[in-house]
Write a protein that binds this ligand. Structure first.
Ligand code: UDP
Length: 236
């Protein structure tokens, strides 16, 4: 898959054009950033883990009726995906207080939330991805109310399905971030990734972090933790 035209290089992935106008190739990198690019580094093997775990979870979600951008895994770090117009929102789903929510609301990390919390952040690096609500989203024209309702419905369904599935692997789904796009027909489908970079995964018993917080917080052991997630979910 060489000689493809690079379309976009993000913090953790490169996106290339392919000979199919409706299909892109995503290549996952080992590069890691945190705090909107303030901290940079490498997590060896991360690209492989995030690619394989994302595809595994998206295949699972497809069986639960969630449409995704996944077309075909072509190597350990590369996947063909449907071209979509990304809705510039980070949809954050939370089951347990952690990270920015714990800080903002003065809750101890690990406190179970009485109900699932949905948050939206407007994807704009220069603005630092500000949190927005339904009114801001409509006012900005980022998504129609119908699209946002679909996004929220899918996000809740994904949370229920993934939470139950991950528990069978001894992983508690604390919170995670989703991104959606519009396919060629304008339908909302799940895009981007679902990986230890974008989810908080805690070991069910020990509450050990199995995710990017190890890197963000300089706790160490991130390479092993990413490999552990791959092992628990795919047996590799
Ligand atoms: N998250 C993400 N990308 C972002 C911000 C958050 O994937 O740019 C994920 C993060 O991994 C966590 C969840 O969204 O699983 C909630 O993150 P939070 O708002 O607590 O932010 P953080 O504490 O990571 O700054």
């Amino acid at each position: 898959m060489e000689n493809l035209e690079l379309l976009y290089e993000g913090k953790a992935k490169k996106v290339f054009k392919t000979d199919r106008p409706d299909v892109y190739l995503v290549r996952y990198k080992d590069d890691a950033t945190a705090g909107n690019g303030a901290k940079r580094g490498t997590i060896r093997g991360k690209g492989v883990v995030n690619n394989l775990v994302t595809n595994h979870l998206m295949r699972f979600l497809e069986t639960k009726g969630i449409p995704t951008h996944l077309v075909e895994e072509v190597s350990d770090t590369e996947t063909l995906v449907k071209k979509v117009q990304i809705v510039p929102l980070e949809v954050i789903v939370r089951n347990v207080a952690a990270g920015s929510l714990a800080k903002r609301l003065g809750m101890e990390e690990g406190t179970k939330l009485k109900t699932t919390v949905l948050e939206y952040c407007y994807k704009d690096d220069a603005l630092g991805d500000p949190m927005v609500n339904e009114y801001h989203i409509a006012a900005l024209g980022v998504a129609t109310p119908e699209e946002l309702r679909q996004i929220a419905d899918y996000s809740m369904q994904i949370n229920a399905a993934l939470g139950e599935y991950l528990k069978t692997a001894g992983i508690e789904l604390i919170d995670f971030k989703l991104e959606f796009g519009r396919d060629s027909e304008g339908k909302i489908i799940l895009a981007d990734e679902i990986s230890p970079d974008t989810c908080r995964f805690w070991d069910v018993k020990t509450h050990a972090h199995l995710d990017k917080d190890l890197f963000r917080r300089d706790l160490g052991g991130e390479e092993e933790a990413y490999r552990e997630v791959l092992h628990r979910l795919l047996g590799k």
